[in-house]
Design a protein around this ligand. Structure first.
Ligand code: SF4
Ligand code: MG
Length: 294
C-alpha cells in the first residue's frame, strides 16, 4: 500500500477528468510525505464540487457552509494551535461569498493552508459565471458571460497581507505536491490557488489551455521575497504563473494572543478532556484579563 492511501476516504463523485482529482491526490501525497498524523489534522471545506473533499480526504473534517470555511478554520486553529489546519474550496466559494473572510484571514496571518480549486465557474450548480470567470467567456448557464472583469485572487492575497502566495496547475502533480508541502510548513496564512479544470462546464480553461499558458516562476529567476515583483507577476494577463509568488515571515494571529503559546489545546491529543477544558478556560480568562480596559 502506497503511503498516500492512508489519507484516502470515500470515492469522489466528481465528473471523470475533473481537475479536483489531481488536487486530492496531491494533498494525500503531500500529507504522506509530511507524515501528518490523521488525528492531528483537520480539513475544512466550503460548498461546491470541491467542497466535498472533506469526505474524500481521510483526516478530521468540517464541511462548512458557503464561503465560511476560513472562519471555521480560524476558530479551530485558535482553539487548538497544535493541529495542522487545511482549508479547501472553490473559486465561487472563496472569492465570491467568502471574499471578505479571505481578506481578513490573510491580514490576520492565521496559520492555515488555503487550497483553492479554481475552475472559473460554479460547477456544482451547472456552470454559472464565478468571480474568476474571464470577461470573454460564456457558458450554457450564463450565455452573456460575467459582464465584469474577474477578481484576481493572487493580487488580493498579496494586498491582504498573506505571507505565502502560490499558484499551481492540477495537471502538474510534482509541482503541486511540492507547493502544498511548502504551504503547510509555512507558519502563517498560505494560499495555494490551483488551476483545476472543470471539464464539464468550462470549455475555455482546459488542460490544453493551461499546458500552453503556464510558466514556472522558479525557472524565470523570480524573487519570492520581493513584494513588488510578486504584484507584477500576479497582474500577468497573458500567461499563468506557477510556483511561489511571495513568502514573508510575519507574526501570526496566535503570536498576538497573550498566553496562547505553550498552552495545551482545547482538545489536547490523547490528554484528559477535563484538564484540556480547564486549560482552555484558563486561556480565555488570560485573554480577557489582557484585553480589559484599566
Ligand atoms: Fe468537476 Fe466541473 Fe464536474 Fe464539478 S461539474 S465535478 S468542477 S468537472
Ligand atoms: Mg468553481
Amino acid at each position: 500500500m502506497s503511503q498516500h492511501k492512508e489519507y484516502q476516504g470515500k470515492d469522489p463523485n466528481w465528473c471523470p477528468g475533473c481537475g479536483d482529482f489531481g488536487v486530492l491526490r496531491a494533498m494525500q501525497t503531500a500529507a504522506a510525505d509530511l507524515g501528518l498524523a490523521r488525528k492531528d489534522t483537520v480539513l475544512v471545506s466550503g460548498i461546491g464540487c470541491s467542497g466535498n473533499i472533506t469526505a474524500y480526504f481521510r483526516t478530521y473534517g468540517f464541511h462548512g457552509i458557503h464561503g465560511r470555511a476560513l472562519p471555521a478554520a480560524t476558530g479551530i486553529k485558535l482553539a487548538n494551535p497544535d493541529l495542522t489546519v487545511l482549508v479547501a474550496g472553490g473559486d465561487g466559494d472563496g472569492f465570491g461569498i467568502g471574499l471578505g473572510h479571505f481578506m481578513h484571514a490573510a491580514r490576520r496571518n492565521i496559520d492555515v493552508t488555503y487550497i483553492v480549486m479554481d475552475n472559473q465557474v460554479y460547477g456544482l450548480t451547472k456552470g454559472q459565471t464565478s468571480p474568476t470567470t474571464p470577461a470573454t467567456m460564456s457558458t450554457k448557464a450564463s450565455p452573456m458571460g460575467p459582464m465584469a472583469d474577474p477578481v484576481r485572487p493572487l493580487e488580493l492575497a498579496l494586498a491582504g497581507g498573506a505571507t505565502f502566495v502560490a499558484q499551481a496547475f492540477s495537471g502538474d502533480m510534482k509541482q503541486l505536491v511540492a507547493l502544498l508541502k511548502e504551504g503547510v510548513r509555512h507558519r502563517g496564512f498560505s494560499l495555494i490557488n490551483v488551476q483545476s479544470p472543470c471539464v464539464t462546464y468550462n470549455e475555455l480553461n482546459t488542460y490544453a489551455f493551461f499546458r500552453e499558458h503556464t510558466y514556472d516562476l522558479a525557472k524565470r529567476g523570480h524573487d519570492a521575497m520581493d513584494l513588488e515583483a510578486a504584484h507584477r507577476v500576479a497582474r500577468d494577463a497573458e500567461g499563468v504563473p506557477t510556483g511561489v509568488l511571495y513568502r514573508a515571515d510575519r507574526p501570526t494571529m496566535q503570536d498576538h494572543l497573550p498566553r496562547a503559546e505553550g498552552m495545551p489545546g482545547l482538545v489536547a491529543s490523547g490528554g484528559d478532556p477535563a484538564a484540556a477544558y480547564a486549560a482552555a478556560a484558563d486561556r480565555f480568562h488570560g485573554w480577557a484579563d489582557a484585553f480589559r480596559v484599566r
